[in-house]
Design a protein around this ligand. Structure first.
Ligand code: GLA
Length: 384
């Protein structure tokens, strides 16, 4: 366990912390922009997380110190205001606001927050922050929230305080991830299945483009609205549907020409991506890594051409990755518009991969890539 955070806590508050909790970031293997369409996703929690050391206070103040920004932020539980857009403490405030409105007995707390999830990289540092904050409030208040419900509350916090109408994937996997596994999540029923990732032979390599992903930017919410428009149009012919999840590839082909081109492309991505998630999980279970990799490639192409959420940096990195011997597949991961790629790479090719892709990426973009060989990790937990 990270003892520095405990030391920092003691230094700041003159007593050791009473608890330490952590929640991980995530990498999505396949199933992008499907979660707010009631579809399927297949993410894994990663070995980067947000750790929070804390102790309850006697009053209703929450005081949090960030080891990243080296500042404290204080707010009162009876009057939770939002801070300026993008402020790190909005995630804690948002979670407190939602839990309070649900009637949970929140206690004031002293906290030290320490994050290792790269920020704005599409690896869900905000979901990790929200889930860890929620667990801190649970621990200090002496109550426990079901992990799926916890994810739903944190999603609400993100909608209200970060102004991103995100789906449930990031908070879900941060709350429920399983070491060595990715989770196939049905975002409509919220049922999930942990599927083992191959322990040997292949690695998941995250490539950080270094280009901050503007998820808060209006594009994400715009895509959501475009999907809703697609549903409205398709409903005229398919009155039973409530989300793109309900439309299969065959029905889509029948009615696609009723939609304006942009809406049609957005819908086509979501509908084909849902099918790809199920096929890729079947391939993984059958040990067919090659097929899994091809579906990852197809996912990227669809995100680039139909959903139009990729960018030059992501495309350059993905293209470079696909040229490397021993790479099964490569795609952007997360919301897009910057952030990270994920590649499935034969273990023995990983070092070569970093060298070749890093050099090609630098040459094409002038940017330094970072690579993380990722270990699928456990979801949120109390560690002290
Ligand atoms: C962000 C959102 C998720 C999901 C992805 C795209 O990470 O928070 O809910 O929509 O983008 O798949």
């Amino acid at each position: 366990m990270d003892t520095d955070i405990q030391q920092k806590f003691t230094e700041l508050y003159d007593t050791p912390p009473v608890f330490v909790v952590r929640a991980p970031g995530r990498v999505n293997l396949i199933g992008e922009h499907t979660d707010y369409n009631d579809g399927f996703v297949f993410p894994a929690a990663i070995n980067f997380d947000v750790t929070i050391a804390g102790a309850p206070r006697q009053d209703d103040q929450v005081r949090a110190y960030s080891t990243r920004y080296l500042v404290s932020d204080t707010f009162t539980l009876s009057d939770i205001q939002e801070r300026e857009k993008g402020h790190w403490s909005n995630f804690i405030r948002g979670v407190a606001h939602v839990l309070r409105s649900e009637g949970y007995p929140l206690k004031g707390m002293n906290l030290v927050v320490h994050g290792t999830v790269p920020i704005a990289s599409g690896l869900s540092s905000s979901a990790a922050m929200e889930i860890a904050s929620c667990l801190a409030f649970e621990t200090a208040g002496g109550f426990a929230i079901d992990p799926v419900q916890r994810a739903l509350y944190c999603q609400r916090a993100e909608h209200a305080f970060a102004k991103v109408k995100c789906g449930i994937m990031d908070q879900f996997i941060s709350s429920l991830g399983r070491a060595g596994h990715a989770l196939l999540i049905d975002t409509r029923s919220r049922e999930y299945e942990a599927v083992p990732l191959p322990a040997q032979r292949v690695s998941l390599v995250i490539g950080d483009t270094g280009l901050p992903r503007g998820l808060g930017a209006s594009k994400y919410n715009e895509r959501r609205t475009e999907c809703e428009s697609a549903v409205e149009i398709l409903k005229r012919s398919l009155p039973g549907i409530t989300a793109l999840r309900d439309v299969d590839e065959e029905s889509f082909a029948r009615y696609a020409d009723q939609m304006p081109e942009t809406i049609r492309k957005r819908a086509r991505h979501v509908i084909t991506e849902n099918a790809r998630v199920l096929k890729s999980v079947a391939a993984l279970k059958a040990g067919d890594i090659a097929q899994f990799g091809q579906l990852m490639n197809a996912s990227h192409d669809s995100l680039r051409d139909d959903y139009e959420v990729s960018c030059r940096e992501l495309d350059v990195m993905v293209e470079a990755a696909r040229q490397v011997e021993g790479v099964f597949g490569a795609r952007m991961t997360g919301a897009g518009f910057g952030g990270c790629t994920v590649s499935l790479v034969a273990d023995k090719a990983v070092e070569n991969f970093k060298k070749i892709v890093g050099a090609a990426y630098l040459k094409e973009t002038g940017r330094e890539a970072k690579f993380y060989v990722c270990q699928a990790s456990e979801g949120a937990s109390r560690i002290l």
